[in-house]
Ligand binder design. Structure first.
Ligand SMILES: [Zn+2]
Ligand SMILES: [Zn+2]
Length: 407
């Protein structure tokens, strides 16, 4: 009896941990941590290991079969994860609510329906709202953000869509189109999270966190009632010891299995939803998308290696201008120019247009160009897309932002 419960709990915990690592392990915050290593193990080392064994033992037959079915799973926009996600939600509610409803105090009755229904509405909005860049809206999308010439440079054409890429957009190979203010492609939603559905996505994370936290508390209070009724007082007093504590809860969950299992499931998945919500709140605070956060951490590594140099735009007359600042007023401007190289720019360098690289016409040793200074900290680099938390929040919701002056 104890054993099977422990197995279920461990299985749920293992699935939650695996999901967390598989989904979030790539995030820059986990670089150089065991989580990133485990993420690589899941996505790179394990598949490579299987492919190696397969080529040695089976002549590559397994990989060919996998590619026929597996490439569908990994590279196509398919609904399996969405179905799993909705299924888990619906089955959990179907198991929990009919037994919990009559037992819960009536003060909860008005709250439960909205808490249950709102995530479905937001999920629908997330899935159905796209942020595709199309020939029809391209002009407008180009005006949405200026090019910062750090992460985004003007003049790059998407070879698939045959459109100039707007600043902060990214081509999504799953959606097969460029996506405006692309945050990430979400397999749970079968859609990119971008300019038009980011607020639905944040609201979905919030509503799921509320659902799971509220459900856990409700489930706990019902199980607590069962415990009071079932367990004699002298045994309840013995719950001071950890072993008795877990044993008694195991008995309660076994005797109340519908509420017990779903409460356990909610308890273990609530941190996932909240971690995701917290991470996106951090991104809004920092003024970046998930896509940009990995670009910024590349910059951070270059800064740490001493490869980034900065100059004032007014001192470099031949620098390509921020074309869009004239066309499209943005609340902040910046006069920074950044280049990356393994040594300071020497006099006579050429700025390679549309990049942060420099080049030289000749190999001659020239003196260091004193207009460029090394960047020692990310604090010395302007992120023109960061307008402060509230304006970032308004901007990510597609609302207008106040004029702010110089960054
Ligand atoms: Zn594209
Ligand atoms: Zn996508």
């Amino acid at each position: 009896m104890m054993g099977s419960l422990r197995t279920i709990a461990l299985a749920i915990l293992a699935i939650s941990a695996f999901t967390f690592i598989a989904l979030f392990g790539r995030l820059p915050a986990f670089r150089k941590t065991p989580i990133a290593l485990l993420h690589r193990a899941v996505w790179i080392y394990f598949p490579n290991g299987v492919a190696y064994l397969d080529s040695r033992l089976l002549g590559g037959r397994l990989v060919r079969t996998w590619n026929r079915s597996g490439s569908y799973i990994l590279h196509e926009n398919h609904p399996l994860v969405l179905i799993f996600f909705v299924g888990l939600l619906a089955i959990g509610e179907w198991v929990f609510l009919p037994v919990a409803w009559p037992r819960m105090s009536s003060v909860h009755h008005p709250w439960v329906p909205p808490v249950v229904i709102i995530p479905y509405i937001l999920l629908y909005k997330c899935v159905m709202t796209n942020s595709h860049v199309t020939p029809e809206n391209h002009n407008e999308e180009m005006k949405r953000y200026p090019f910062d010439q750090v992460l985004f440079h003007p003049g790059y054409r998407c070879s698939t869509c045959n459109l100039i890429k707007p600043a902060r957009s990214k081509h999504c190979k799953f959606c097969r189109t460029c996506v405006s203010r692309q945050d990430h492609h979400c397999v749970w939603l079968m859609n990119c999270v971008g300019a038009n559905n980011y607020m639905y996505f944040m609201s979905l994370l919030l509503s799921l966190s509320v659902l799971l936290a509220y459900g856990t508390c409700l489930g706990y209070s019902l199980l607590r009632q069962s415990l009071q009724e079932m367990i004699p007082a002298h045994l309840q007093a013995a719950m001071e010891s950890w072993i008795m504590y877990f044993n008694i809860w195991a008995i309660v969950i076994q005797s109340d299995p519908r509420i017990g299992t779903i409460t356990l499931l909610m308890l273990m998945t609530a941190p996932l939803a909240m971690a995701f919500l917290a991470y996106h709140t951090y991104l809004i605070w920092a003024g970046m998308t998930t896509n940009e956060s990995s670009k910024w951490s590349d910059w951070k590594e270059d800064v740490e290696d001493g490869y980034v140099f900065k100059a004032h735009r007014k001192d470099i007359p031949d620098a390509h201008p921020f074309t869009d600042f004239n066309e499209h007023p943005w609340p902040v401007t910046s006069d920074q120019l950044l280049v990356t190289d393994d040594e300071p720019p020497l006099e006579g360098y050429i700025l390679v247009p549309g990049t942060n690289r420099i080049d030289y016409r000749s190999d001659e040793d020239a003196p260091i160009d004193s207009r460029w200074v090394p960047v020692h900290s990310m604090k010395d680099i302007d992120n023109i897309y960061d307008l402060g938390f509230w304006n970032n929040l308004r901007d990510s919701a597609g609302l207008s932002v106040r004029r702010m002056g110089r960054k």
